[in-house]
Ligand binder design. Structure first.
Ligand code: GLN
Ligand code: ZN
Length: 755
């Protein structure tokens, strides 16, 4: 029996986000390429040495990325991109131009599109492969890391994104024979060059293949099999987030050297694992690689111990790369000690693997494992806020009517138009207005104690008043308070709700150098007092026009947080929903007639596995309805969604039963209207006519054209006119001009001046 340990990736931003600071300095021209390389080399080396110290047997060349692992594969394989040509990590300008946009042959090019990496919160760059030109594999970066490793006596293998996942994520159609062999050959060429360096194993990262046959095209998968079978050195396959459904037999018949099994998301049964192990060496992803919670190591040990006598070779591993976790708990001095004792970030996961490996070797549970597990169990029991009986009871006693509005949507809409006084083609915005340095300074001064709560409230109220005045003078119909008090739409509510904790250094890479610091939902969620009512009521007091209340929905709060795993997501979502339901009711009772509940994350929460989708959509929809359905018919509920294509979940969106939905235009909203999909959506809808992702001003002509298009495709009662997302990141000048054009165009169309 041989037992090893392995991980397929570590957080690559560094303990103190060294990569971020360095690369951003490089972009600003403050450090040279040479400086950047030095910093990066140190960081890679640190990470390798650390992993060694936790008994990980092989380290990875190609785990670090200057921006994104998909773009890295493009660079290694020398695949030309349509707008950017060949890119290389040897020439960082070419590489970053594809990642961030740049000047190509005198023409300004937008960066490659970014999209979600499976169902995580990481975003990768979507390659636009130019099949016309030859592929020219480029070994230079791999050589560089190889030399770094040998100089420091590190045992390395090379990690590259595999062909099936590369093709899937690039949104390539089925390959022709020529395409398949062209791509396979460039992998084989690269692998040959890697073997000449002296590296004896290549790991192809194949998340898409593990997700299963429904997720990858046949020809993309065949390309992978060709690469495996023709490779000159060992090829191991690293799949995660699924069980290789429909593809496993072919993989086992191939010449792959080691197959990684994601025991957590793949749900492999013990006897399945044993069967697989008869054909191939396996890597057992038994520690959850994307959960921030400690594993019960005693249970895991027992599990591994059972397998130990039945399997000749295995590696103890995490279910997936640790890149979706914060680096380490080490710096979290301010976190509750009991909470810390149930958490496990990157470093701690390595430690878990080391503990297991030692115990499996020695054949008995070590005192380290005993202590670690006991601490966790004890902390779990004494951690305050974990179980709040009044919250549990409320969730247990929900009744069907709490998920339903009293009247049908069509009748409600008529009533609302009349009672609230909503004009035809009402104009509005999505919630936030530009956050100026003064706004941010105000929040910072409150945090540092430089000003007290009263001064802070006064300051925010001034900003609200200005924002309301500007909206009045622009002639908008439905106003917002502007969200100046919010730093982030999830963090804001997390800080006001019970059951949330915040780390000081728990950063996770979102894309490129951008990191997010998600809140941790560790306890039962409830609301102690009103969260937004005072701001909204104050804003309403300044105007006779309707003021929208503004909340973040339960699914988005949950999806953009790290969520406890001792109760179901459904239960957590319902708890959040109940807290929001109370807030909705308070808003209504304080004179707010329109309440918007944002759910931008509802689509991205959709599970990868077909069988899990229905379950997810059911609790996602229900938790939304639970917070929105307690109001009177004449109170209008809005929701806002963005960042995604919604076709696949249109039925679910319909069943949210919101009165008005505002939705991102460029990629989904306008499509929704133009493609006739709108006939399948029965509520009123505001497809964004102003693209807030660009600093460009919305031109009057474009505004008019878009609004006209809307009103010719939808009944007037059902169209709202608005930007496609919040205006927080924009500047006041461009926002004022754009909104003024939007309002002017609307007013003319309303008057019947179509041209
Ligand atoms: N109401 C939020 C805002 O305007 C919505 C943000 C979002 O959809 N991401 O900022
Ligand atoms: Zn949005």
């Amino acid at each position: 029996m041989s037992i090893f340990s392995f991980i397929s990736g570590f957080p690559r931003v560094g303990q103190n986000r060294e990569y971020k600071w360095a690369v951003e300095k490089f972009w600003r021209g403050e450090i040279s390429e040479e400086d950047l390389l030095k910093i990066v080399d140190n960081q890679i080396l640190d990470s390798w040495i650390k992993q060694q110290s936790f008994l990980i047997d092989k380290q990875l060349i190609g785990d670090f990325s200057f921006y994104d692992q998909v773009l890295d594969a493009i660079a290694y394989l020398g695949i030309p991109l349509k707008r950017f040509g060949y890119i290389s990590t040897n020439n960082l300008d070419s590489y970053f131009s594809a990642a961030r946009g740049g000047n190509i042959n005198g023409k300004k090019e937008q960066p490659l599109e970014m999209t979600k990496w499976f169902n995580t919160n990481y975003h990768y760059l979507v390659p636009e492969i130019d099949w016309e030109k030859p592929f020219k594999p480029d070994i230079s970066r791999i050589t560089h890391e190889y030399n770094l490793a040998t100089k420091n006596k590190i045992n390395v293998i090379t990690k590259i994104l595999g062909p099936a996942t590369l093709a899937t994520l690039s949104k390539e159609e089925e390959f022709s024979k020529e395409q398949s062999s062209k791509l396979a050959n460039s992998y084989l060429d690269l692998i040959n060059q890697i073997s000449e360096l002296g590296v004896t194993e290549v790991m192809l990262d194949e998340g898409a293949v593990a997700v299963g046959g429904h997720f990858v095209e046949k020809s993309h998968f065949s390309c992978l099999i060709d690469v495996i079978n023709s490779s000159s050195i060992n090829v191991r396959i690293n799949g995660y987030f699924g069980s290789y459904k429909g593809l496993l037999d072919d993989l086992l018949d191939s010449k792959l050297s080691i197959l990684h099994l994601d025991i957590i998301d793949g749900n492999f049964k013990l006897d399945e694992i044993i069967e697989i192990s008869k054909k191939k060496k396996i890597s057992l992803g038994i520690i959850n690689g994307r959960s921030i919670w400690r594993s019960n190591l005693k249970e895991t040990y027992t599990y591994l111990d059972k397998l130990k006598n039945k399997i000749d070779f295995f590696e103890i591993s995490t279910s997936c790369s640790l890149m979706h976790l914060p680096y380490s708990l080490e710096k979290e001095e301010a976190l509750d000690q009991n909470l810390k004792s149930i958490l496990s970030f990157g470093d701690e996961k390595l430690n878990e693997i080391a503990f297991l490996k030692e115990s499996i070797f020695s054949g008995e549970i070590s005192s380290d494992i005993e202590k670690y597990t006991e601490n966790m169990i004890k902390a779990n029991q004494v951690l305050e806020g974990r179980v709040e009986n009044k919250v549990r009871e409320r969730v247990d006693n929900l009744t069907d009517d709490m998920f339903m509005r009293g009247q049908d949507r069509e009748e409600r809409l008529d009533l609302q138009i009349e009672k609230i006084g909503i004009p035809n083609l009402p104009t509005t915005t999505i919630g936030s207005f530009p956050q100026t340095p003064e706004t941010r300074l105000l929040r910072r001064r409150l945090r540092s104690g430089e000003i007290d709560a009263d001064e802070y409230v006064k300051g925010v109220k001034e900003i609200i008043k200005e924002t309301v005045d500007i909206q009045e003078s622009l002639g908008l119909d439905i106003l917002v308070h502007g969200e100046a008090e919010r730093n982030d739409m999830v963090e804001y509510f997390g800080e006001l709700l019970n059951g949330f904790a915040f780390t000081s250094n728990g950063w996770v890479q979102s894309y490129g150098s951008r990191c997010v610091k998600p809140p941790i939902i560790y306890g039962d969620v409830f609301r102690e007092s009103k969260m937004t009512v005072d701001w909204s009521a104050y804003a309403q007091s300044l105007t006779t026009k309707p003021m929208k209340g503004m909340l973040t929905g339960p699914v988005t709060i949950l999806k953009w947080s790290f969520v406890r795993d001792d109760i179901s997501n459904r239960e957590v979502a319902y708890q959040i929903a109940l807290a929001l339901r109370d807030e909705v009711e308070d808003l209504e009772n304080n004179g707010i007639k329109i309440i918007q509940i944002d759910e931008p994350a509802i689509r991205e929460g959709l599970p990868l596995n077909q069988e899990d989708k229905e379950e997810y959509l059911s609790w996602a929809v229900n938790s939304f309805k639970l917070c929105s359905s307690g109001v009177r018919s004449e109170t209008q509920i809005h929701s806002h969604m963005c960042y995604s294509e919604f076709d696949e979940i249109l039925d679910a969106i319909n069943s949210l039963d919101v009165d008005v939905l505002s939705i991102e235009a460029s990629r989904s909203g306008m499509d929704l209207v133009n493609s006739g999909l709108s006939k399948k959506y029965y509520g009123a809808i505001g497809p964004g006519v102003y693209d807030i992702h660009s600093p460009l001003v919305l031109e009057y002509k474009d505004a008019k054209e878009r609004i006209n298009q809307l009103s010719s495709n939808l009944g007037e009662k059902y169209i709202w006119v608005n930007p496609d997302c919040g205006l927080k990141t924009r500047g006041w000048d461009e926002v004022k001009q754009s909104l003024s054009n939007m309002v002017k165009a609307t007013v003319e169309i309303r008057r019947g001046e179509v041209e």
